[in-house]
Design a protein around this ligand. Structure first.
Ligand SMILES: Cc1cc2nc3c(=O)[nH]c(=O)nc-3n(C[C@H](O)[C@H](O)[C@H](O)COP(=O)(O)OP(=O)(O)OC[C@H]3O[C@@H](n4cnc5c(N)ncnc54)[C@H](O)[C@@H]3O)c2cc1C
Length: 438
């Protein structure tokens, strides 16, 4: 970096961009983050509606998400901001499975022994699948789908319906018939097969912008980092001395630029360089799946039997009791991952269908909602198909980097994969910054 001129620009203040910026700032690099929106967090952000504060969608972390936890601690987050629950699958009236607080594999074995609603055939089938994965060292054929894996290990219809299909669509945002068995196996390896702490569910008790993005912004401010919100970047121009950014109110060249946007927003930025057309076309080809969230405020006194329950009959797949997670008492968030028949319903009909579903599955009458809201993230994540191309952090232009949840990784599109890609970019940039620059 010449004098005090910042050398690194990050485009996008989602979890990936902010993770990259925090890591660079930690090492004394002056970094500037450009964010188009006025809200931090990208696809994991706070939404303010009718005087209520909710998230754009429910986010579940698992104990295995170590990088995000580390960065949360670094930027001043408290462990109390995450509710830690043993891995629990509770489908009212049909199944209850809770991992025991024991080292692997006993946490699962004891959890299975004590499970309600599963037959011995179901229990044995689950153990068979885990043993099969271990024997394969969690390496599966690249073209195998999750359904293919369930068939190969003779899973029972009940396990597939109540455990594997919902876990798959929740973790990969892709139905089991089309989802990559390898990526699902990686998630199982680092959670179910890794012990009680790794498989714990971590549910945010504060909004998703406050969880990491806002503390990250504060951290940057104390380390001469800059965050420009409401400042979109329209194009990246390679020059003899680095890159110029259309939309940057300053006029200095950037030695390194990190494109930390969603993949579909990275495409025009890469294309604008005139040197990344093939990469832009590959990223443009990534398929996407939506996530729909229905908020239902059922009023004080209403509670779900567990903080998070599985719903078997559709349209909703999971319901979260936000009242148990620091939110308004009686506020439920119902989640529908991926495309499905619900796409054809109006928001009003979707709310009515979810209320009817909850009444049937909970076996009780529900009060009329005081407030309701449907939030559809149409391109929530890439569809995690087998053998999908995912780019690395490098581009054909030295000094131009990619970060985001779609970057090549063991994990599906998650906060953790986003954060890890951001940290990987920061490490690569730090390695490149000559002593002259740093
Ligand atoms: C409803 C929903 C539920 C989810 N559930 C989970 C879950 O349970 N667990 C989990 O781990 N993950 C979950 N995810 C996925 C997770 O939210 C994403 O993987 C993660 O937030 C992606 O972060 P990112 O930084 O890669 O991209 P983004 O969050 O998309 O951040 C990119 C940022 O770049 C900005 N930007 C774009 N273009 C420009 C430009 N030209 N100039 C300046 N700024 C620009 C955007 O405004 C945005 O802020 C969920 C996602 C959704 C939508």
């Amino acid at each position: 970096m010449a004098g005090s001129i910042p050398a690194v620009a990050v485009i996008g203040a989602g979890y990936a961009g902010l993770a990259c910026a925090v890591e660079l700032a930690r090492q004394g690099i002056h970094v500037t983050v450009f964010e188009r929106s006025h809200t931090l967090g990208g696809r994991a952000r706070v939404v303010r509606k009718d005087g209520r504060v909710v998230d754009n969608g429910q986010h579940i972390l698992i104990g295995a998400y170590t990088e995000l936890s580390r960065l949360m601690r670094l930027t001043g987050g408290s462990p109390k901001q995450l509710e830690r629950l043993p891995l629990t699958l509770h489908v009212p009236g049909r199944m209850h499975l809770k991992a025991a607080s024991l080292p692997a594999p006993f946490h699962l074995a004891v959890g299975l022994l004590c499970a309600k609603g599963l037959s011995w055939a179901d229990r044995l089938a689950m153990l068979r699948l885990m043993r099969w994965l271990k024997r394969a060292r969690f390496k599966l054929p690249a073209d195998m789908t999750v359904d293919g894996m369930l068939d190969a290990t003779r899973q029972t219809a009940k396990l597939s319906e109540l455990v594997w299909a919902p876990l798959c669509v929740a973790a990969l945002n892709t139905p089991s018939a089309q989802a990559s068995a390898q990526i699902f196996a990686n998630v199982l390896r680092d959670s179910l097969a890794s012990g009680a702490a790794a498989s714990e569910l971590l549910l945010p008790r504060i909004d998703l912008s406050e969880l990491f993005p806002v503390p990250a912004a504060r951290y940057l401010a104390t380390r001469r980092g800059r965050l420009r919100t409401g400042n979109g970047i329209n194009a990246i121009r390679p020059t003899a001395d680095g890159f110029r950014l259309d939309g940057d109110p300053g006029s200095q060249p950037w030695h390194h630029v990190v494109v930390a946007t969603a993949p579909y927003h990275a495409v025009p930025l890469l294309a604008s360089t005139g040197a990344c057309d093939r990469l832009a076309a590959q990223i443009e080809a990534l398929p996407h799946e939506p996530i729909t969230t229905l908020y239902l405020a059922l009023g004080k006194g209403f509670r779900l039997p567990e903080t998070m329950i599985g719903l078997a009959r559709g349209p909703a797949q999971w319901a979260f009791d936000r009242g148990r997670l620091g939110g308004d008492e009686g506020l439920l968030a119902c989640v529908i991952s991926a495309h499905g028949p619900h796409d054809a319903l109006s928001h009003e009909d979707l709310i009515l269908a979810a209320l009817a579903q909850l009444e049937t599955e909970l076996g009780c009458r529900l009060p009329a909602p005081e407030w309701s809201q449907v939030i559809v993230e149409k391109r929530a994540t890439f569809a995690c198909h087998p053998g999908l191309f995912r780019p690395g952090i490098r581009t054909p232009l030295p000094g131009l980097w990619l970060a985001g949840d779609y970057i090549e990784s063991d994990y599906p599109a998650t906060l953790e994969s986003a954060v890890r890609s951001g940290v990987a970019c920061a490490e690569a940039i730090l390695a490149r910054l000559a002593p002259r620059d740093a």
